[in-house]
Design a protein around this ligand. Sequence first.
Ligand code: FPP
Length: 227
Amino acid sequence: MKYGQSFPNHIAIIMDGNGRWAKNKNKPRTYGHIKGASVAIDTVLYAKKLGIKYLTLFAFSTENWNRPSEEVSFLFALLQEHLKKEAEKIKENGIRFKTIGNLATLPDSLVKLINSLSNMTEICNDMVFTLAVSYGGKQEIEEAAEKYKNSEPGIKFKDCIQSSFLPDPDLLIRTGGEKRISNFLLYSLAYTELYFLDKYWPDFSERDFKDAIKEYMARKRKFGNLI
Ligand code: FPP
């Protein structure tokens, strides 16, 4: 294979298809989320093993609040359970944990855990794992505009964006067969390479991850230029 690209520095993932995966197995949607959460953790550890420097996972969007409240509560409880269980492993692996999104809307116990894991891994510098929770790309830009309006002269608009600590993603992977961005990282995805996989998130494997990276590396990025 001819590689046109170096290894991706930042990979962002829309983990879609948990519900359909479960439905195909005649199981409740929660069954899909349980498997999806464990695949998410495996993916974080695998990304670290591969040498990815930034991994950003879309766990819960602003629009996901429109789901039935039982499913929303289930997702937060699941997230909490996994973050608690995997905290030590995340730290041991030199992974720094960060979040983007509106934490004020989340249950207190989850916010506490998020803050504690973020503090606990502050000195880790092998990989940054960012979880987007209660996150919306449009909302992020609107908040940045408000912040920019009230900022000191000399401040750049980009620096007012909540996710500005992240480099722009090189590669966006979306599972589940849909081909859309769904309000994820709207500002920074401008020149990101998109990779859509016709497979539900709970079936996402190390092989799939490697294949996505391989395809990315074979692509030619021009950033609007001629070569
Ligand atoms: C999309 O599937 C998935 C979600 C909205 C939730 C994603 C969350 C996780 C995988 C848990 C994250 C946990 C950790 C530990 C990071 P869907 O429900 O929209 O599936 P569907 O499109 O088939 O209905």
